[in-house]
Ligand binder design. Structure first.
Ligand SMILES: NC(=O)c1ccc[n+]([C@@H]2O[C@H](COP(=O)([O-])OP(=O)(O)OC[C@H]3O[C@@H](n4cnc5c(N)ncnc54)[C@H](OP(=O)(O)O)[C@@H]3O)[C@@H](O)[C@H]2O)c1
Length: 228
């Protein structure tokens, strides 16, 4: 199968690329940073420079790559927009929508995909954590569009995985000691007893890529965070 993973050079997307490549699929990953692209180039079928927020680049990429079986959308503008509603800059809130929701929808408009689309949202969409309004708004919107897209694009299947806290470079904005403390505390508050890994989420993505009878679903991969 031909699979494109946008945001596949780091973290969850890279873990999914490794898993799906090991399963025998032809995986093309995209990202922006040339160093990250160079690092993963040998691990996958191809690594291409595409800014998911640049409409021309996205259009040209999908025209160039042609027909694909599966599309995985695994990028975001990182922690931009984190913080209490009265403190965050409106531009950062908008950047969350531009860099994730609108970019995902534009990729879906352009991709010539026949099998499935899997979006990576976030458990903040269904939680009540102070300081996460931007993530709740953006990922809530992504989770909300799963069902109409699944109905509209059928027989293409459309699903989302919804991770909780996952130990990836997304958290690089925190100094290492603060990050470790945050992961310990988050792990202690959920049934799984630990934060997630990229591989944990990749397993769910691989499942949704393969699961021919699953569409319109949002699969929490959060160690039980949203039920705890
Ligand atoms: N880590 C968590 O705790 C967590 C929890 C819930 C949800 N999520 C979601 O999981 C997804 C993946 O996050 P992650 O933790 O794997 O983060 P990550 O390790 O920082 O990886 C992000 C990937 O997206 C790429 N990317 C970022 N902006 C891009 C753009 N404009 N165009 C193309 N590629 C872009 C990055 O490469 P370049 O920077 O080189 O472009 C990188 O490959 C995101 O949607 C995030 O919101 C993460």
């Amino acid at each position: 199968m031909r699979i494109v993973i946008m945001g596949g050079t780091s973290g969850i997307g890279l873990a999914a690329a490794n898993r799906l490549t090991a399963a025998g699929h032809e995986v093309t990953v995209t990202g922006r940073d040339p160093e990250k692209l160079a690092r993963v180039k040998e691990l996958v079928h191809a690594a291409e420079s595409v800014d998911g927020t640049d409409e021309e680049q996205v259009r040209a990429f999908f025209d160039r790559i042609g027909d694909i079986d599966h599309l995985v959308l695994a990028f975001s503008p990182g922690a931009r927009g984190i913080g209490p509603i009265r403190d965050i800059d409106l531009a950062d809130l908008r950047a969350g929508f531009d860099g994730k929701l609108f970019a995902y929808l534009h990729a879906i408009q352009r991709a010539r995909v026949s099998g499935s689309i899997t979006m990576v949202s976030a458990s903040s969409a269904r939680a009540a954590l102070p300081g996460t309004v931007t993530f709740a708004a953006v990922n809530g919107a992504i989770e909300r569009v799963v069902s109409p897209l699944a109905a509209e694009l059928a027989p293409i299947r459309v699903n989302a995985v919804s991770p909780g806290v996952v130990d990836t470079p997304w958290w690089a904005f925190l100094p290492p000691d603060q990050r470790a403390a945050q992961f310990t505390s988050a792990g202690q508050q959920i049934p799984a007893g630990r934060v997630g890994t990229g591989a944990d989420v990749a397993a769910a993505i691989a499942y949704l890529v393969d699961a021919d009878y699953v569409t319109g679903s949002i699969l929490p991969v959060d160690g039980g965070f949203t039920v705890a």
